[in-house]
Design a protein around this ligand. Sequence first.
Ligand code: HEM
Length: 453
Amino acid sequence: MHWLFNLPSALWRRLMLLFQGVAALLWLIARGIGALFGRGGTIGSRLGAAIASPAGQRQVFALLRLFQPNLVLKRRIIAAYPNNGITAIATRRADVVDILGRDADFGVVYAPRMEKITAGENFFLGMQDSPRYTRDTSNMRLVVRRDDVPSIVTPYVANAAAEIVAMVPGVIDVPKALTQPVAAGLLDRYFGTPGPSEAAIAEWTTLLFWYLFIDLQADPALDARAEAAAAALRSWMDGHIAERRSQPHRDDVLGRCLAMGDAAMPGMRDLDIRNNLIGLMIGELPTLSAAANLALDELLDRPGPFAAACAAARDGDDATLSAHIFEALRFRPLNPVIYRRAMHDTAIASGKLRRRRIAKDSIVMASNLSAMFDPLAIPDAASFRVDRPWESYMLWGHGMHSCFGGHINRAVLPALLKPLLAQPNLRRAAGVRGRIDQAGTPFPQHLHLEFDS
Ligand code: HEM
């Protein structure tokens, strides 16, 4: 009998799927007409810009979820990693979760570029499910401890962000003055790996993140810059580890690694420590800084939620503040898709009408953005709501490779933004200065805000 009770809600969800898909179609037709009669650039570039915008991406995924939930294209979208020239895009939450959970069928692709960065060994994000993956992640979990989040990481970030905001005279370039310095400060104070300067470590980790995850077309110019940055980072890390070895061990991530190396733990030679920490540094700085700015930008575009987030920051209501920040990120996640490669001939959504065969070596893009807007799984998906269960979010991946820093992110992002959001009359600076400027990178590099000091 249960199915009978579930029927109305199942029908309602299907109706929402239909409604979202048709609304998306109308949105895209309207943008197409706008592009036809618009100014600046070609029709294609105008339409491309509309579709590539966060709102545009959401509309495209809504259309796909309805009409072609698992789209298979005979098109090479990724040139940076080997594949057979076929790309599948999965948009329904059930299929995204399924793909990211099937490590034996859909493997990570990143090994070749990880090995270039370390000039040798792979890093665990580039590894398939293997004893080596378990060893390396276990070692890193022993040094980056969940207990540290409330006792070391969050207090550091909260204090550093508050000190910075207290020093600025009513106008702040958020990435440069707040989010990058605090993320770099965390690398120094907690990880023990500050780099030769804040500017150098920000530049190297940003470039290497771009190279690993965003440079889908394998731009040769970026390749050269990434190789130079990787060589500089390796060389600095080697010198730094040698220097730290000559001192009594400190209780930070590097110090704990060195102590494990002293105990001859497998996978903790100095070279292993260097490579693992390089992976964590690339994962830490550009992501935390970018995600904080994306959340802030999305909130600034939504006057009601922005005012509520500012009020929560002023009142010290951390739960409400966090709920606003993560809901903003649902609309603007750092990455809209997570990609894998089929390890052998297989299928997505077996036993369903939307089933698609996937040939060995096809790239499979599982869209976490789309999964977070799938009305079949997420109630009232199109609305900005701050009462969603945490499980609704898929901001840092899913399954075996889901973000190593997940607990850090959840605590750090609100702590990083809280002092700024608490400022009176916080607003965008006038004109383009008040908008995100990526300065030729894929990440926010400038965003000027003002407040009454
Ligand atoms: C808001 C900031 C962050 C976002 C949005 C983010 C996003 C992600 C995503 C989507 C993945 C999955 C990649 C995949 O499955 O292909 C991932 C994995 C990973 N992240 Fe993050 N990340 C963030 C912060 C961090 C931080 C602070 C660290 C370091 C402490 C970190 C280290 C890693 C590592 C090492 C992995 C690989 C985990 C594994 O293979 O088991 N990330 N991250």
